[in-house]
Design a protein around this ligand. Structure first.
Ligand SMILES: [Zn+2]
Length: 509
């Protein structure tokens, strides 16, 4: 590609609402363009190219694992969401609208119902199972406060896969295979990541893991072990149980717990005095939707005692009708790993993938049944597996950038190589640049030739901003028979004789 022909509106202006490096550089580098500042983005040629490359890696690895790609209707009949019971539960993030016949529709933020509907019409027998189908399609979530560019936009490209099985054991086998497949995808994209245990949240089901791209700017705090593979979202993290005796000072944290249909109860959570309550664990312990603070003087309906306190507290001390034990503690840095005893520490991550063991949560209400070997109807057992494809673009840059711009990884880079002609009035420079460009193209290297009339300084600034992994700079030193080979990561420069550059490039690419 010739730079002079490329639609790549780079700019020095940082968008007003941008705080993250990925947001700033994707806009400044001309990869994406904001549409009215409302969490909607156009992908310009370079952004689209990278999106397609990331998409291709995801697709290749899924296809190798036996998954089959489909493409579902983007507009979803609301009736399907009524059947699953989610239409009411899902709040304003679900975009709802009517067609000209006054029928209700939604734009799906996730497609469990649509995929179950597809499968229940086509699968009748255990002989047709298992099945893993996926799509890589646009999703829409009407975020109240879209921010961080592609990280939390309203419209996003998502890979969502759904597997269907005759038994829980077979679903768990697929879950492990998907975990391995995801590791291959994230590794190929050149990402430093961690697979962590997660809370299953609103989608439900048990057994869920998140794929976290490690980055200081990540919104999620994750707990990792320094000695083994263990990692967990802080909401789901566990540590080696501590031993408490009857002298242990305890506290009771009182919260108002909210349930469906406006119901609420007052719940007390009993913990050692120096341990913080983990809200999500506490919510799960009493099956509540949410906990809100209250003044703490109310009579308690329920009490949950941190399970590691064991006999260190007397449950009869609490006047509530319902006293139970559960893990409700926050894991702290320096706690011991439950798997190996190693030191646990916090780190930050960006959730870019999530895999769930869903069970029959959707197949029962939507009547997605199959006939087993005895001819008996059974609900299909499901797993679901997501990757935020457009979010990955942001994740790659959050992890790989410097104060000048993007540093794309090999499989995500918009080009393999950039050739920069410093001064296009210099015939020798132009002649070498064009020659190398033709040779590289002939060898199948995806190369960008910067042959613009601009100043050399501006071309280098664009190179640093766009972040192609390697460049050849043909400049003044060509008069002495020397060109420069640059690696974008660290801006490492190597002087190479003009005669040797062709061989060097042929070796490297
Ligand atoms: Zn460990």
């Amino acid at each position: 590609m010739r730079f002079s022909r490329l639609l790549i509106p780079t700019t020095k202006e940082t968008p007003n609402d941008a705080t993250l490096a990925s947001h700033i550089y994707l806009i400044r580098g001309g990869f994406i363009q904001s549409v009215g500042g409302s969490g909607l983005y156009n992908f310009l040629p370079l952004g689209k190219k990278i999106l397609d490359k990331v998409r291709a890696v995801v697709k290749e690895e899924l296809d190798k694992a036996g998954c089959q790609e489909v493409s579902l209707s983007f507009v979803t009949p609301a009736a399907l969401w009524e059947e699953s019971g989610r239409l009411e539960k899902y709040g304003k993030e679900l975009l709802r609208f009517k067609d000209r016949k006054n029928n209700d529709f939604i734009l799906g933020p996730t497609h469990e119902e649509m995929m179950v509907n597809l499968v229940r019409q086509t699968i009748k027998s255990y002989k047709q199972l298992p099945l893993n189908v996926y799509q890589i399609n646009l999703k829409f979530r009407d975020e109240i406060r879209p921010r961080f560019g592609l990280m939390r936009g309203r419209e996003f490209l998502m890979k969502d896969a759904y597997s269907f099985h005759a038994s829980t054991e077979d679903m768990q086998r697929e879950f492990l295979e998907m975990e391995e497949t995801y590791k291959k995808i994230f590794t190929r994209l050149g990402l430093e990541f961690r697979v962590v245990d997660a809370d299953s949240g609103a989608i439900g089901g048990s057994g869920s893991k998140e794929f976290m791209v490690l980055a200081d700017s990540g919104e999620d705090t994750i707990v990792v072990c320094e000695s083994c593979e263990y990692g967990a979202n802080i909401e789901a993290a566990i540590a080696q149980a501590k031993v408490y005796n009857t002298d242990t000072e305890v506290k009771t944290v009182v919260m108002k717990a909210l349930y469906d249909e406006g119901k609420s109860v007052y719940a007390g959570f009993v913990l050692p005095v120096d341990i913080e309550l983990q809200d999500v664990k506490a919510c799960n312990a009493i099956g509540a939707n949410e906990l809100v603070e209250c003044d703490g003087t109310e009579l308690l309906d329920r009490v949950v005692i941190e399970e590691s306190l064991g006999e260190a507290v007397d449950p009869n001390n609490y006047a509530a009708n319902d006293v139970t034990y559960a893990d409700i503690s926050s894991v702290c840095e320096g706690d011991s790993c439950a798997s190996c005893g190693g030191n646990l520490r916090y780190t930050k991550g960006i959730e870019a993938g999530h895999i769930f063991q869903l069970g029959t949560q959707y197949s029962v209400p939507l009547a997605a049944n199959f006939l087993d070997e005895n001819g008996k109807a059974q609900p299909m057992v499901m797993g679901t597996y997501g990757i935020g494809v457009s979010r990955l673009l942001a994740g790659i840059i959050e992890q790989n950038h410097d104060d000048k711009g993007c540093i794309w990884t090999k499989e995500s880079a918009p080009f393999d190589l950039q050739i920069i002609i410093s001064n296009i009035k210099d015939e020798a420079q132009v002649s070498l640049g064009e020659k190398l460009y033709e040779i590289m193209l002939a060898q199948g290297v995806d190369v960008l030739l910067d042959e613009r009339k601009d100043r050399f300084g501006a071309k280098m600034k664009d190179y640093e901003l766009i972040g192609v992994p390697h460049a050849v700079v043909i400049g003044k030193k060509l008069a002495d028979g020397v060109v420069e080979f640059i690696s974008r990561d660290g801006m490492v420069k190597e002087e190479v004789s003009a005669e040797a550059i062709e061989t060097l490039l042929s070796e490297r690419f």
